[in-house]
Design a protein around this ligand. Structure first.
Ligand code: ADP
Ligand code: MG
Length: 202
């Protein structure tokens, strides 16, 4: 049976800089207020292995991330650190392992209609310098590829959010056991999803 739109799930991680900046509550409230439902939540210090596996679950990630970085340099009229996407990504992955294991992170699963796209929209683009005002990455942090690459570290952008429903399924299975994810109804679900908004007047 095809899953209903409202059953879509996505994985979000408040990265170590987000936890240190005391943004856990702010981040949760932004996803909560749009109507998404929290169905899984944990505070952990990840291992380097778990971080590497997380980023390489998608076999295309190394190429795509390298290309995205190179394009961003060129769009700003700057010279990228290398023309080879895989060489660019090897450095990024090394930085990510250090960054993501530097302190506790909050791993969450959010559920609701278009969960993946809605969460990416609220989170904003990867690079805080160019991510939109009003998004988490646009509002709470000021890092750039150039600044991160010059120091040989990861872009500190507070949040990880799955990029597609397929990526979300793989990432959720990577961080959570099935029994850690809860299926339950929120009172507001009726207003968001039922065909008729019945039962308001007595
Ligand atoms: P997103 O997190 O928006 O899906 P990517 O999957 O492309 O972005 O990259 C994963 C993470 O790696 C980013 O969130 C960021 O922390 C880091 N990163 C990406 N590109 C660079 C780069 N050029 N330099 C440093 N860190 C990077
Ligand atoms: Mg990504």
């Amino acid at each position: 049976m095809k899953k209903h739109h409202k059953d879509e799930r996505t994985l979000v991680i408040v990265k170590p800089d987000g936890v240190q900046r005391s943004l856990i509550g702010e981040v949760i409230s932004r996803y909560e207020r749009v109507g998404l439902k929290l169905v899984g939540l944990k505070l952990v210090v990840p291992t380097e292995d778990r971080v590497e596996q997380h980023y390489t679950l998608d076999p295309q990630w190394r190429r795509v991330t390298g290309e995205k970085t190179i394009k961003s340099y060129k769009d700003k009229g700057l010279t990228p650190p290398s023309e080879d996407p895989l060489e660019v990504t090897a450095k990024i992955l090394k930085g990510l392992k250090k960054y993501m294991t530097s302190g506790p992170v909050v791993v969450m699963v959010w559920e609701g209609a278009h969960a993946v796209k809605i969460v990416r929209k609220i989170t904003g683009g990867t690079e805080p310098l160019t991510s939109d005002v009003g998004t988490i990455r646009g509002d709470f942090v000021l890092d750039s590829y150039q600044m991160a690459d010059a120091d040989g570290r990861s872009v500190r952008n507070v949040i990880h959010a799955s990029g597609s429903p397929e990526e979300a399924d793989a990432e959720i299975a990577h961080w959570f056991d099935k029994n850690e994810l809860l299926k339950y109804r929120l009172i507001q679900d009726g207003v968001l999803y039922d065909v008729n908004m019945d039962g308001i007047f007595e």
